[in-house]
Design a protein around this ligand. Structure first.
Ligand code: PRX
Length: 657
């Protein structure tokens, strides 16, 4: 943390950027913040009226009668897909490119707003024909494709709640989500292509459904991506191109309450079970739109590129909904940043003339490394002059990576929006406004207008700037999580804990505000959640997976800092058969890594696996994770170990494989 606190380089938004910006200068930013402070409901009500098409206008902005189950614009009727597609076509943008899709192999396909509406309507009609109706849940297990976006929008059109599962999750993870959300259908593809390789999707769906408790799933719809050989179950499975073939290109949207659940997206928490974060329609969409305007300063002429996957919240807000709702042209990319070489992003920016580029620090760091080893794929060899704004998301961006991104990708001309937010927040919470906020590398700077972010101590009291604490949000905001699907209790306990007084939203991150500027710097999670390459992983989730392996007696998982991935997963394992050594230990470590890959998904595989006869525990039997964290880092244990039952275990665990 130290170097960050002393970071004093300041980068001001370029003058010509400020001139045309949605929020031109700090005065304009402060004015919006003051409007929200003065009349919170008036502020949000005005914005909701100005930015969303309401079939029936709302009469009440915010209902706080049952905290923390807040309701926004509840009696207003709207539809997310209508706002993204029909509204833009009515504005005369039917022939405008909505999506430029670049496949893994470089093939480019485009869809206009009219094409997209036609395809969404056909799909929506097909879903309705299968009996899928408003309120039903549909699982989407697909990779990046126009069809994936069409599937999400088609669900939204008929009021079905989608739950997208990232294509890297295992059959078991998929099945757990299908069961928890009570899905009636699964939309998938035969296979996905990544880095020139075909990887399975449909067979994993088959495997998931065979694991049981999925009787509610009556339909599996399969997009033919690769033409790979896959089994189809008669009566249940159908090809996407067949089911839409004879459907009409018009489909009356289901007009839903603003509070209608648009989607449920599973994310990791501090227990073994992922939580289904439930989002609304109206409030969520409003914030997707406003953040496109404020954080990304979106203009009709922009070519916007967010490199996330639709399996994560970033792909929901800044691929499927935000960019389309504001009527811009966006790039959608199927592949990986390193294929066919690590110049792929730069090549695509130049080829498609991207103006706004939004990616994760982990990608930037890996491309810095690649460019240092191979000059030919350094961004300086590509014409990146179309860019005018950069964004970063998912984890803290270290000042070195920020500087490289700023200088080599943005040509020292593009502001960087370091956007702090979460699956639960629906959209950006803290970020520079690119035409206003002076930027300091490594700081996400200030909350967006209307977002009452603050730092408190463990009793919920404000701490002065300069002292670190717990990041909270003091007032509800439109795009906040509504509940955890099927688990309202867990929702209240996780996000509005009694200890903080029950009304503050607990983000789960630590933060500190600069004494002079008031800028926020996120210091990392304060719970048992790890951030590996911008992917959120629960340590308990990996632990319960490890102990489910027949060889394992006990396991503890902690994170350690990693230059490339931000954090790396480190597992300490006690085997039933005693501590293995040498080749045997290596073999079992590989076996356990693969087990986690198979049970949860490759992103959850521990980088380090260490074996001990036991784990460091207090006399009351509690695993001392703080000691494990020190050992995982490779540092000397200097803490007091007097409460430890078996201090000798520490030396054993220090021995790495
Ligand atoms: O720890 C914070 C980190 O990512 C967590 C949220 O992860 P997830 O729900 O998967 O959403 C990721 C995409 C929005 C946060 O609790 N995080 C996200 N963005 C930043 C960040 N940490 C520091 N700086 C950021 N810009």
């Amino acid at each position: 943390m130290e170097p960050l606190m002393h970071e004093n380089r300041v980068f001001h938004p370029p003058e010509d950027f400020v001139k045309g910006a949605a929020i031109p200068g700090m005065e304009a930013y402060n004015k919006l913040c003051a409007e929200a402070e003065k009349d919170y409901e008036g502020f949000w009500g005005r914005l909701a009226k100005e930015n969303i098409y309401w079939k029936k206008p709302f009469t009440k902005v915010l209902d706080e009668s049952k905290p923390p189950f807040y309701k926004w614009f509840e009696d207003g009727l709207t539809n997310a897909s209508y706002n993204c597609l029909d509204v833009n076509i009515q504005k005369g943008n039917g022939a405008k490119k909505a999506i430029i899709f670049e496949a893994d192999d470089g093939t480019v396909t485009e869809a206009t707003y009219q094409d997209l509406l036609d395809r969404v309507c056909k799909m929506a009609n097909a879903l309705r024909k299968m009996g899928i109706k408003s309120g039903d849940r549909v699982i989407i297990y697909m990779s990046m494709s126009i069809e994936g976006i069409v599937a999400m929008q088609a669900c939204a059109r008929i009021g079905a709640t989608h739950s997208v599962v990232f294509g890297g999750f295992s059959a078991k993870s998929l099945q757990e989500r299908i069961v928890d959300v009570g899905a009636v259908a699964v939309i998938t593809a035969d296979e996905q292509l990544r880095g020139g390789k075909a990887l399975p999707l449909k067979v994993i769906v088959d495997e998931a459904l065979a694991l049981g408790e999925c009787e509610k799933v009556k339909n599996v719809i399969v997009y033919k991506r690769t033409g790979g050989n896959i089994p189809m179950t008669a009566g249940r499975d159908s090809w996407m191109h067949d089911v839409v073939a004879n459907e009409s290109t018009s489909c009356e949207p289901e007009w839903v309450s603003a509070e209608h659940p648009l989607f449920v997206l599973y994310t990791s928490g501090s227990t073994g079970k992922p939580k289904g974060v439930q989002h609304s329609t109206g409030g969520y969409l409003l914030w997707a739109i406003l953040t496109m305007k404020w954080t990304f300063d979106i203009k009709p002429s922009d070519i916007f590129w967010c490199t996330a996957d639709i399996g994560w919240v970033t792909g929901h807000s800044y691929i499927t909904y935000g960019p389309l709702a504001v009527g811009c042209t966006e790039i959608v990319f199927e592949g990986v940043p390193t294929y066919p070489n690590a110049g792929r992003f730069w090549d695509m920016i130049a080829k498609h003339q991207a103006t706004i580029f939004y990616t994760a620090p982990t990608a930037i760091r890996s491309l810095i490394k690649a460019a240092s080893g191979d000059e030919s794929i350094h961004p300086k060899n590509y014409d990146l002059s179309s860019l005018r704004l950069l964004g970063s998301v998912g984890e803290p961006i270290n000042p070195e990576a920020w500087m490289w991104y700023y200088e080599h990708v943005g040509g020292s001309r593009c502001p960087i929006a370091d956007t702090f937010w979460q699956t639960e927040t629906g959209g950006h919470m803290i970020s520079p406004m690119p035409g206003a906020t002076p930027m300091i590398p490594g700081s996400c700077t200030l909350p967006l207008p209307g977002i009452m972010a603050a730092i408190v101590d463990e009793a919920g009291h404000d701490v002065p700037n300069g002292s670190g604490g717990i990041l909270v949000v003091k007032r509800p905001w439109p795009s906040m999580i509504r509940t955890i699907w099927n688990d309202a209790d867990r929702f209240v306990k996780s996000y509005f804990p009694e200890e903080l007084g029950g009304t503050l939203y607990l983000a789960g991150d630590g933060a500190i505000r600069n004494k002079d500027t008031g800028y926020f710097t996120i210091t990392g999670r304060i719970d048992d959640v790890l951030n590996v390459s911008g992917h959120r992983m629960g340590t308990m989730e990996i632990e319960s997976c490890l102990v489910a392996n027949p060889l394992v007696a006990e396991a503890a998982v902690v994170g350690r800092p990693d230059d490339m991935t931000g954090e790396a997963i480190c597992a300490f394992v006690v085997l039933k058969g005693g501590r293995p050594t040498g080749d045997e230990a290596k073999k079992i470590a590989t076996e356990l890594r693969n087990w986690v890959g198979k049970e949860i998904g490759p992103i959850a595989k521990p980088k380090d696996v260490r074996f001990g006869d036991n784990l460091p525990k207090t006399r009351s039997g509690k695993i001392m994770r703080r000691l494990l964290r020190v050992i995982a880092k490779g540092e000397e244990v200097t803490q007091d170990t007097s409460t430890l039952e078996n201090p000798a275990i520490l030396d054993q665990l220090k021995q790495s494989l």
